[in-house]
Design a protein around this ligand. Sequence first.
Ligand code: HPA
Length: 235
Amino acid sequence: MTVHIGAASGEIAQTVLMPGDPYRARWASETFLDGARLVNEVRGMLGYTGTYKGHPVTIQGSGMGMPSLSIYANELMTEYDAQTLIRIGSCGGMQPHVGIRDVIIAMSASTITSPSSGIFREVNFAPTADYGLLAAAVNAAERKGTTTHVGGIYSSDVFYAERPDLDEQMVRHGILGVEMEAAELYTLAARHKRRALAILTVSDHLQTGEALPAADREQSFGDMVEIALEAAFAG
Ligand code: HPA
């Protein structure tokens, strides 16, 4: 048990999927895991542990934004021995060739600030995915036939941004999509020598203004969960 996670030691698997939304943690566990059982409900941030093709997996909500994800990822890494952490979430598309429902596999996550910015100070640290996980996810996505883009994303601190110039610079530099968590996950994984990856479904598009209807979100989200689970246990 930690400050924010009520699971006993041993109740959290070494492989953890992290959706932002705790209800998606419940849905993904019920849909994709065998024998899933609730292991955390502190603050309603639901976490479930079960198995996927016989491998133990925990699906734990992270909440929205880097400060929230940072709490759960820190405790999972330092107090529960999580070794592989995959964010499964949504993002806003930023390039014309990135469509609604497409999947983005994030090679790097640029950010203006993060909970760890105090450590790096004047250095622009480059938060980067684990290459083995990334390659395995690309393979899994190709096998499923999912339209997938691999490249850099932007982890913002605000959903309702007041700096359109920042978005413009991201678009200009080829950033595929914007979300609010991956940079901190990658930074913590680097610090604690764990494997991390963010796989994202494009739920809205900053340039076209399109948004995924609520009813369609589940199916699109499902492809991403399966890609994450296949990547976690590849090879
Ligand atoms: N901005 C930030 N985070 C997001 C977005 C967005 O447009 N869409 C989904 N997560």
